[in-house]
Design a protein around this ligand. Structure first.
Ligand SMILES: *Cc1c(COP(=O)(O)O)cnc(C)c1O
Length: 390
């Protein structure tokens, strides 16, 4: 049979037909436990009844008009995100990459406003910001860029979690306008920087009048144990991007800004046909309501502590386990060698996990899992690692 899908994904030989909470069923009605949430998207699990109701009601009411007109649900979702984050304004897109494109455009406009004809953005090694040309150029992974040259210019790359490297750039370059950084690197392997890293980046940005732009697309929306990861550090960015879990599976992205960045995108400078449509925004509002009502920030923090304790107990002194990195429900277990085969082995045991950056086992479970489901994840993954390393 002719394959009618472009071959850009190497897919696992399985396909899920329906889900409920943290469980998924394949086309033979075999059941699986989801410890990945579609890569931090379905934070509220699958087929959440309140999300279903929101989608159904909105479909009966209004799906789309255009940003030519006012959109009440978009305004309401912006109000809510602003209240939760302390930011001032929001632009809505349909994906993470598009949210980051908006951030990059805000940075460039800010540079031109300041008289810089070629404004530059500092970005990090090991980062991931998306697959559009600008965001893959910002991404710190050669595999993502290879073959797509010429890359978009204007990015200066430094090592992650290295304040001195940023300070060196500050001394050498006069046309920097922003730093774009993930507060915890997700695709890079759940890399958690030192506790003072973000505050020190904030201080450098204040000192040099740069915009601090945080990509919270994977870390945001309660996954880290707070609404946004940066809230653990008592700082505020100038620009923040969100996507993934904001729609729990309905595509949405958002770029939030404060201060001078908040009004940078003037009429005619940016836009999106679908961005902020009534369906996506209605679902976004429902997602935020559920997180609030079910206290899921706190729950993510509690579960994170449970995973930490469980994995430390099971893996602590095991040779071959390099590091266990956990913040809320961002969970990375780094081994001392590549372990891509663990994904299929876990699937055979009925568990969805992921391996990123070659040798980091990554779990991003839904925030609604029970203690028993968390324990099952810990048990299955620990046993797989023990087998793999023995
Ligand atoms: C997933 C992700 C993106 C890209 O989001 P898309 O919706 O796939 O475009 C960007 N940044 C981070 C940190 C991500 O995890």
């Amino acid at each position: 049979m002719k394959n009618t899908l472009m071959p850009n994904y190497s897919r696992l030989p399985i396909s899920f037909i329906h889900g409920k909470g943290a469980q998924l069923w394949d086309d033979t009605e075999q059941v699986y436990l989801d410890a990945l949430s579609g890569i931090s998207v379905c934070n509220l699990g699958h087929a959440h009844p309140a999300i279903r109701d929101a989608i159904c009601e909105q479909a009966e009411t209004l799906l789309h008009t255009s940003n030519i007109y006012g959109i009440d649900k978009q305004q309401k979702l912006a109000d809510k995100l602003v209240a939760l984050s302390g930011m001032e304004t929001v632009f809505f897109a349909n994906s993470g990459a598009e949210a980051n494109e908006a951030a990059i455009k805000i940075a460039r406009l800010t540079g031109h406003q300041r008289g810089l004809s070629l404004p530059k953005i500092i970005v990090m090694e090991g980062s991931f910001h998306g697959r559009t040309l600008a965001t893959l150029s910002a991404t710190g992974n050669r595999k993502v860029q290879a073959g797509f040259e010429p890359l978009v210019q204007g990015f200066i790359r430094v090592a992650y979690n290295d304040i001195e490297a940023v300070e060196r750039v500050a001394k050498q370059e006069t046309d920097v306008v922003a730093i774009l950084v993930e507060p915890i690197q997700g695709e890079g392997g759940i890399q958690i920087p030192d506790a003072d890293y973000l505050p020190r980046l904030r201080a450098l940005c204040d000192q040099h009048n740069w915009l601090l732009m945080l990509d919270e697309i994977q870390t945001g929306i309660a996954r880290s144990g707070r609404w946004f990861e940066h809230q653990h550090h008592n700082i505020k960015p100038d620009v923040m991007t969100l996507a993934k879990a904001l729609g729990n599976g309905v595509p949405i992205g958002a770029c939030l800004a404060v201060g001078e960045a908040a009004s940078r995108l003037q009429p005619g400078t940016h836009g999106s046909t679908f961005g902020g449509n009534p369906l996506a925004c209605r679902v976004g509002l429902t997602v935020l309501d559920i997180i609030e009502q079910e206290n899921l920030c706190q729950r993510a923090a509690e579960l994170g502590a449970r995973f930490q304790q469980g994995f430390e107990q099971a893996l602590q002194d095991l040779p071959g386990v390099s590091e266990i990195r956990i913040k809320g429900l961002l969970i990375g277990i780094e081994l001392d060698k590549p372990c891509p085969e663990l994904v299929m082995q876990a699937l055979e045991q009925g568990l969805l996990i992921n391996v990123t950056a070659g040798q980091v086992i990554r779990l991003l479970p839904p925030l609604i899992i029970s203690d028993a489901q968390a324990d099952e994840m810990i048990k299955t993954v620990s046993a797989l690692i023990h087998d793999f390393l023995s």
